[in-house]
Design a protein around this ligand. Structure first.
Ligand code: AMP
Length: 404
């Protein structure tokens, strides 16, 4: 059986999925797993297509010191116990810099170029690259594909990617990139099946998960995003603040005497819903909390989404549809209702019953603009890209390249 392995490596976990390649390039998800607790309490968990448990085991801390070791244990488990030898591996890589506007087949040169973007995404890029390097060293003939969170946004008009700072910094790469691109690309590719005419128009997609951002789609292409140079900007998130006056960072450095690394940690881990509520970064916990600060955090989240929707509608010069996706967007009836309320000035209304049953179309019949819920699937997007790059390689057939 031909399979594709999709890898999403972070600082303390390696998430992976295996897809079977069926006739006509169809992809069927077989396995979902993750090796987490790297450096603390390593644990491998995996489930099959029907959520049937396949593995749940813990490892001594010293046997999984880093991401590469986690990848090698997960890969070994797939190979030795499930007899899965993927024909290719697709990786989620957060930063493709200004150049990469589509996924790329990886070689040593690509890795060297992607290493230059570590300074642009210090908490993600090194961990994304670690399993790539170790697979390249151990399985040099195994095709690997890098799929970027930034690539989908490279269709922005140049003006959307500038900051008002001297050009030299823009040339160095200090510009607005946008993230969650694989999620937006999946939604953009799904929209034509949901609403073919609207898919050609102006759509705002709200990716609301532990990371959150919104994207303005024009004809299925990204025209604007709420995120910028890093994944800190834009909407408030689980632990990140979203839009913040840079003066706050100066205050932390000069008045609070914080080191740059402490500020970085603070902004990525201690702000957002967690910081504002003091209760949790998890929307489910905030929704059931009686704490007034939890209520404030929800109010702030919804308010900022409303504000940013206005900004993106202005970028699009109108709006033909609004789409919710990711953990909160796909699951929270209450947050969706609160956000739709903020869109009332656009003539948007909600159908509460359809919202409660998580229907695909949740707007009221009198709504001027339809509102959809479209579950995202970044891993499937990566698998599709990987397969397509493999198929379009000039000289080789899949089978010749398989690793056995
Ligand atoms: P994601 O990053 O897309 O996996 O989304 C994760 C976030 O979705 C979690 O932190 C939760 O806050 C949120 N979430 C998941 N399910 C629900 C739910 N039923 N109600 C509210 N929030 C949810």
């Amino acid at each position: 059986m031909d399979t594709i392995l999709v890898v999403n490596a972070g600082s303390s976990s390696v998430k992976f999925q295996v897809f079977a390649v069926e006739g006509e390039g169809k992809l069927q998800r077989l396995i979902k797993g993750q090796m987490d607790g790297i450096g603390s309490r390593p644990r491998l968990r995996a489930k099959g297509a029907e959520s049937d448990p396949l593995a749940d085991r813990v490892y001594p801390i010293e046997s999984v010191p880093d991401v590469s070791a986690a990848m090698s244990i997960a890969g070994g488990w797939l190979r030795d116990e499930l007899r899965i030898s993927p024909m290719a591996v697709g990786h989620r890589v957060v930063h493709g810099g200004p150049q990469y506007e589509r996924p790329v087949l990886i070689d040593h040169g690509v890795v060297a170029r992607l290493e230059r973007f570590i300074t642009l995404a210090p908490l993600h890029q090194p961990y994304n690259l670690a399993p790539i390097r170790s697979l390249l060293a151990n399985f040099p003939d195994l095709p690997q594909v890098a799929c970027f969170d930034t690539a989908f946004h490279r269709t922005h008009d140049a003006v959307a990617d500038y900051y008002a700072i001297p050009h030299q910094l823009h040339a160095e790469g200090v510009r607005r990139y946008g993230f969650h691109g694989l999620s937006y690309e999946y939604v953009a590719k799904t929209m034509p099946q949901v609403a073919p005419e609207i898919a050609k128009g102006r759509v705002i997609v709200a990716h609301l998960g532990s990371g959150a951002s919104m994207c303005a789609l024009k004809g299925g292409r990204s025209a604007e995003s709420t995120m910028g140079f890093t994944a800190l900007d834009g909407l408030p998130m689980g632990t990140r603040p979203g839009q913040l006056d840079p003066g706050v960072v100066l205050y932390l450095l000069s008045e609070k005497g914080m080191a740059a690394s402490a500020v970085q940690n603070f902004l990525y881990r201690d702000c957002g819903l967690k910081g504002l509520s003091g209760v949790s970064n998890d929307m489910r916990e905030l929704e059931i909390s009686e704490d007034p600060k939890a209520k404030l955090a929800i109010e702030y989240f919804v308010y900022r989404i409303g504000l940013n929707a206005g900004m993106l509608a202005a970028a699009l010069q109108g709006l033909d549809a609004f789409v919710f996706t990711a953990g909160i967007g796909e699951n929270s009836v209450r947050i969706r209702a609160l956000i739709v309320d903020k869109l009332a000035w656009l003539g948007v209304t909600l159908d509460p019953a359809e919202n409660s049953r998580h229907a695909r179309l949740i707007s009221g019949s009198d709504s001027r603009i339809p509102v959809y819920v479209i579950p995202t699937d970044e891993e499937l997007m990566i698998a599709r890209h990987t397969l397509s790059l493999l198929a379009n390689r000039p000289s080789s057939s899949f089978r010749q390249e398989r690793v056995s």
